[in-house]
Design a protein around this ligand. Structure first.
Ligand code: PMP
Length: 421
């Protein structure tokens, strides 16, 4: 094995990189669930651009749509202009996503990233309600800008901007309640506590599965209780579907299973389907109160992304709900393997959990997940870690992963667990 030339990354690129740091090679090509480095080594990608590549790398249908669009000199940068690519996307989104689910949303393009979508959701909720506070949960992740970071429940990441984690009382996400605390009593108490500063928040922001927080899964009944509480206490419910949306959990929106209709939904990552930057903020029509220009930005009209996003939606529903059923079935295959790994290592595995094609494997020894991910890389599998102390191995294959690729990746994972201590 030749040593990769990493010198320019080591000397010129800032150390701040966190994703993908443990992969000491230089990647060059990628297709479907496979990536290749410059020396031709093959890696199975169960990271999928942190959830941005649900359709795999260079999906041939999306690539064809993109190439055709570029070859005919389609508009690439359109700010807020009405373009044919944007119109086709909006029409397709309405026909394939909103109307069949009876979702009443208006669509805003808040910028290229998930952070932009969250930032717009927080701003809109504050403006609509005329109040400041937003409630978010322990170990939530919503982005890196000041507003989205302020609702991110991670002391380390907040310290990067000098925002201390000041919650006197943690806001426990469903997963941390362990069934011990009666649902929402703690929340009701906080809302009534003059000292908590939460007397009348504008909104609550929640992930249905905390992706960066360690694959913490909310029960549908907890989400329904949260929606009911928000309605009763006049708070808007924002579901941040940046990572869990676009089919990741086995339904297009991750909140569908719970049967709730959030007031605001943020979408990004896999919406373009091709890894091109794009985000959406969806909100109920009565919240559409911003004056023109109150929230704008240059990179809101990524027309090539509209083109691949349209092809992605068509691909998703090309065979009815087959993609959703397949996602759930492949998730069950992952669960079976994680059960086997847990049974093989009963003293070491703390928990496995997930939904659809997002799964986490947590160890008692908090450093173990990083060691497993490193060994998996040596064996040809790209997996990340998540959780406040990177203590959870995170499995996030593309929704288009083949059964053989899934089996190969899972057997590498089992071997990596076996070969680390
Ligand atoms: N919200 C959630 C739930 C996320 O997982 C992420 C990214 N990991 C973001 C927001 C921020 O998205 P971006 O990195 O595109 O700004």
């Amino acid at each position: 094995i030749t040593q990769p030339d990493l010198s320019v990354f080591e000397t010129l690129e800032s150390e701040v990189r966190s994703y993908c740091r443990g992969w000491p090679t230089v990647f060059d090509r990628a297709r479907g669930s496979l990536m290749y480095d410059e020396d031709g080594h093959r890696y199975l990608d169960f990271f999928a651009g942190a959830g941005s590549l649900n359709y795999g790398h260079n999906n041939p249908v999306l690539k064809r749509a993109l190439i055709d669009y570029l070859m005919r000199d389609g508009v690439t940068h359109g700010l807020d202009m009405s373009t044919t690519a944007k119109r086709t996307f909006l029409q397709t989104f309405q026909d394939l996503v909103l109307r069949p689910r009876d979702l009443p949303y208006k669509v805003m393009f808040p910028g290229p990233t998930g952070t932009n979508a969250v930032e717009s959701a927080l701003k809109l909720a504050r403006k609509v309600k005329g109040r400041e506070a937003i409630v978010s949960f322990t170990n939530a992740f919503h982005g890196m800008s000041l507003g989205s970071l302020a609702v991110t429940g991670n002391a380390f990441k907040r310290a990067g901007a000098g925002i201390p984690l000041v919650h006197g009382t943690p806001m426990p996400f469903d997963h941390y309640l362990d069934g011990r605390v009666p649902d929402f009593l703690w929340f009701e108490r906080l809302l009534g506590d003059q000292g908590s500063g939460l007397n009348q928040p504008a909104a609550v922001i929640v992930e249905t599965v905390q992706g960066e927080g360690g694959i913490n899964v909310a029960r549908p009944e907890w989400l329904r209780g949260l929606a009911e509480l928000c309605a009763r206490r006049d708070m808007l419910l924002i579901v941040d579907d940046v990572q869990m949306g676009c089919g990741r959990t086995g339904a297009f929106f991750s909140f569908e299973e719970a049967g709730i209709v959030p007031d605001i939904v943020t979408v990004s990552k896999s919406i373009s389907g091709y890894g091109l930057p794009m985000s959406l903020c969806l909100f109920k029509p009565e919240l559409d109160i911003w004056e023109p220009g109150e929230h704008n930005g240059t990179f809101r009209g990524n027309n090539p992304a509209f083109v691949t996003a349209t092809a992605a939606l068509e691909t998703y529903w090309a065979d009815g709900s087959v993609m959703e059923k397949q996602t759930r079935a492949r998730g069950e295959r992952i669960e079976r393997e994680l059960i086997a790994v847990a049974e093989e290592n009963p003293a070491e595995v703390k928990e496995y959990r997930g939904r659809g094609l997002v799964w986490g494997l947590e160890f008692h020894d908090k450093g173990r997940a990083e060691r497993v991910a490193r060994r998996a890389f040596e064996l040809g599998l790209l997996i990340e870690t998540s959780g406040p102390e990177s203590e959870v191995v995170k499995l996030l294959p593309a929704l288009t992963v083949t059964p053989d690729e899934l089996d190969e990746g899972l057997s590498i994972l089992a071997r990596a667990v076996r070969e680390t201590v």
